[in-house]
Design a protein around this ligand. Structure first.
Ligand SMILES: [Zn+2]
Ligand SMILES: [Zn+2]
Length: 264
């Protein structure tokens, strides 16, 4: 099994890198990728700055050597992207050398307002939805990201038909940028606009969207988005089962900025 989206105490996760590695080996995972939040002042306070990123990557490098033969450990960064912070990110990435860099959109800026993807009501406005997607398209166009973390996270706030993702699917296909299957979506409550509250219902990753992605041959990565050790590897199996149902044969992981196929 494979899990390429894990957080540790280096950002907003609760556990140490080595404890997570040992737990992943115990659970039988073959490949894990850490993706701690980094390099963007747009994001949360616990994001790592460039200096801390160097220490984090060094630590992962040591662990990679120590556990070689038992598990493959990949070093990744989850970077909050918006059209306005491209230069800052490009600059910061020049001096670090992770296995992979994922762009993530957790907030949408409209005029002077930052709307979080957890501001459910505000997210349900056409201009906010449009800006969310424009940020992702822009992230792909920069050429600085290997993949997009949870591109369909917006579905937990807004009930969007799969057709909203058509352009994104095409852009991922053309660019080779990976679309992440974020397994945390299976357990995330979603906002019901008519009831104006959260309801217990999974809305992403949707089987319809998976089918489109697989038919187009988009590079797919997968991750639990675990912030606690007990969720490492969580919900990966049911997503892989659904991917197989729609015809997928491979996922990929990203090592030294290159995509490597992983048979499922
Ligand atoms: Zn995220
Ligand atoms: Zn994450």
């Amino acid at each position: 099994m494979i899990d390429c989206h894990i957080h540790s105490i280096w950002s907003d996760g609760e556990d140490k890198l080595e404890d997570i590695v040992q737990n992943a080996i115990f659970k039988g995972l073959e490949v894990i990728g850490f993706s701690d939040h980094a390099l963007s002042t747009e994001g949360r306070e616990e994001h790592m700055g460039p200096e801390k990123v160097k220490d984090y990557l060094e630590k992962l490098n040591v662990l990679g050597g120590k556990y070689a033969g038992q598990i493959k450990i990949l070093s990744g960064l989850e970077v909050d992207y918006s059209i306005g912070n491209r230069k800052e990110i490009e600059e910061s990435l020049r001096n670090v050398n992770p296995d992979f860099v994922l762009a993530a959109i957790h907030k949408v800026r409209i005029a002077d307002q930052n709307i979080s993807l957890w501001d459910y009501k505000d997210m349900n406005a056409p201009d906010v939805v449009e800006k969310y997607f424009r940020n992702i398209y822009s992230a792909i166009e920069t050429g600085i990201f290997d993949g997009i973390a949870h591109p369909d996270l917006i579905n937990h706030a807004v009930d969007l038909p799969t057709s909203y993702f058509d352009q994104l699917v095409d852009l991922c296909k053309e660019s080779g940028v990976a679309f992440e299957m974020n397994a945390a979506g299976l357990t995330r409550d979603v906002y019901d606009l008519t009831k104006e509250r959260l309801v217990q219902k999974s809305r992403y990753p949707s089987k319809d969207l998976m089918r489109k992605l697989v038919e187009k041959g988009v590079n797919l990565t997968i991750g639990s988005d675990a912030h606690k050790i007990e969720y490492v590897g969580g919900n990966i199996t049911p997503i892989i089962e659904t991917l197989k149902e729609v015809g997928a044969e491979n996922l990929c992981y990203i090592e030294s900025r290159r995509k490597v196929k992983f048979q499922i």
